[in-house]
Design a protein around this ligand. Structure first.
Ligand code: NDP
Length: 253
């Protein structure tokens, strides 16, 4: 178990899936967590109750649409008011909508770019003064194998994750030496986002599993563990890294 006592962490999209698994791991290791979410208040509240039972600390919940600069501003105003600093920002929230070029939908494109790219940019820009007050500051961006190899019929999503990978490398240099910036790039993960193929279509799931060398789809916790590692002192000499977590299905780096 990693010791992260007193680390103050904000996880965007922390209410469900990979983000919720990361919140559980952070709290279990002694961190204080802000669970950010868009609008599913009940889901976030029930996770917060779980976190408080594991580690009694001033964990927070906060709703904000990451595509809205004013709401992102209010999110970090809250962090400043309640915690006074931030040690780790996990840019995890994201959307994955199909948008085949033959039926290109500009609204899907804009929504995808707003949440997956503009959101992290707004968050990092506003978090900077708070991260600069920390002695162990880091940012972890959740990207995707799609951002490295592309994804047919989801090209806006793939482009959005490619943009976040480039941003990770740019920010790693721009914000050094005080703030480390890394990314975890998952392959298939069993969450609400992928419920269509992974939970409701056994044939699709079997096909996906057969293409993964480790012959399994990742759980949310399989991705949360490397996120927590990158935020920890164990990764103190790592910055600008894109850590692929995909069971060997796409070997890129
Ligand atoms: P889920 O769909 O399970 O959860 C998405 C989270 O993001 C929720 O907390 C949701 O909040 C929040 N969110 C969505 N839209 C917005 C928005 N506009 N503003 C603020 N918050 C928002 O996703 P996963 O856990 O599967 O994915 C997490 C990350 O991992 C994403 O960036 C995704 O692209 C990436 N990823 C996922 C893979 C997978 O196979 N699942 C594969 C590769 C990468 P609320 O609960 O309020 O709706």
């Amino acid at each position: 178990m990693l010791a992260l006592e007193g680390l103050h962490v904000l996880v965007t999209g922390g209410s469900r899936g990979i983000g919720a698994a990361a919140c559980r791991r952070f709290a279990g290791a002694g961190a204080v967590v802000l669970v950010h979410y868009r609008d599913r208040h009940d889901v976030a509240e029930s996770l917060l109750a779980e976190l408080r039972a594991v580690h009694d600390a001033p964990h927070l919940g906060h709703a904000a649409d990451l595509a809205d600069p004013a709401q992102v501003g209010a999110l970090f105003d809250r962090v400043e008011r309640e915690w006074g600093r931030l040690d780790c920002l996990v840019n995890n929230a994201g959307v994955w909508e199909p948008d085949a070029l033959a039926r290109f939908d500009v609204d899907v494109y804009r929504r995808t770019m707003d949440v997956n790219v503009l959101g992290p940019f707004l968050a990092v820009a506003r978090a900077l003064p708070l991260l600069r007050l920390s002695q162990r500051a880091s940012i972890v961006n959740v990207t995707s194998t799609a951002g490295q190899r592309g994804e047919a019929d989801h090209s806006p999503y793939a482009a959005s994750k490619g943009a976040l990978i480039s941003a990770t490398k740019s920010w790693a240099v721009e914000l050094a030496p005080g703030i480390r910036v890394n990314s975890v790039a998952p392959g298939w993960v069993d969450t609400d986002m992928t419920a269509g193929p992974l939970r409701h279509d056994p044939a699709a799931r079997a096909r996906i599993e057969s293409q993964i060398p480790l012959r399994r789809v990742a759980s949310a916790d399989d991705i949360a563990a490397p996120i927590v590692f990158l935020a920890s002192e164990l990764a103190r000499h790592i910055t600008g890294e894109i850590l692929n977590v995909n069971g060997g299905s796409v070997l890129c780096g």
